[in-house]
Design a protein around this ligand. Sequence first.
Ligand SMILES: *Cc1c(COP(=O)(O)O)cnc(C)c1O
Length: 407
Amino acid sequence: MEKVSADSFAELRPPARILLGPGPSNVHPRVMKAMLSPVLGHLDPDFVGVMEEIKKLLRIVFRTKNAITFPVSGTGSAGMEAALANLVEDGDEIVVGVAGAFGARIVDAAERQGARVHKVEAEWGRIIEPDRIAEALKAAKKPKLVAVVHAETSTGVHQPLEEISRLAHRAGALMVADAVTSLGCVPVEIDKWEIDACYSCTQKGIGAPPGLAPVTFSERAMDAVHKRKSKCRSWYLDLAMIEHYWGPERLYHHTAPITMNYALYEALRIVVEEGLEARWKRHRANAAALQAGLAAMGLEMAAEEGHRLPQLAAVLVPKGINDARVRDRLLKLFNMEVGAGLGPFKGKVWRIGLMGEGSRRENVMLVLNALEDILGAMGMEIARGRALAAADQAYVSLGLGAGEPRD
Ligand SMILES: *Cc1c(COP(=O)(O)O)cnc(C)c1O
């Protein structure tokens, strides 16, 4: 074989971007530093200690006492698959709320596990009404579970969960929630809302790189896992085996991604240091300022009023403006990533994320300034500085006067 010189492959030099899309979000330097720690064996007593601390921290962040609370090895979608592969058996009837790309993803993943899915659809930009879930639960003979997305990242909708959870339990079904974009940004109350299975990710509200999917399962959910008639169809995600690795037996199942667990540990430490309430408040304040600024520019939101996520604004692309050109300029002129629309929203919305570390006043001001500049240059009538003034005013009315970088 011809000898290839390593010189023909350039050293990695990715630019440091301002990540204001639907995730990943920017990572705190403390988290990057934690990732430089020595790699240990996945059964090393020191690493086992880190695992125990991660479980404790995740219980704080998920607001739960659930014993089975740990990070699945894989991104948010692996958490979704873990919930469905373990709770669904061939032929089980389930109810899934679909009002965006991630509700549709649950349907796809559940059907692959043999589920018979009763879809409860709502228009993109609207919430799933609990009444419609109640109807679907009635139509199903023996519904095994209800699954709903808490923060629908494709539309910017904040879906209330508590009422749906109550309906699910009344029908004898388990409640499953996708909290991939909500954990660390808005309240996720596993025990209070009686959520039986919930999955999230590391790269959105938590502030670590992508690679792990924090999950939590109630006793009721674990009962269902232990009483399965058939083996879980996924070997890798079989909770009945993984629980013995993350539990006191420490039975080898697969090699935990050591470095990613260090990252998650440090990111969760930062979350707990800030405090959940303070963190939610910070996300709300920056969202209020961003939305005030966008409104001042005449831009409209895709999500219905009263159900908008603070951590993700889905903004309608104004008539006559090319979505991709704006994002291209944001990237090239401002070094800033903003997300594109998915599915029916392709070319129709921008998705501006203010998640985790990214939810900062300076990012609100940067993205508003950039949009004023780019949209103005594209011929939209934009009064320069109005959006920033509106955002500033929003901070002032929240008692966060100008010049204070965070609350
Ligand atoms: C991002 C996202 C996912 C998928 O997570 P990955 O980490 O990309 O696998 C699932 N659900 C929602 C609501 C998301 O926003």
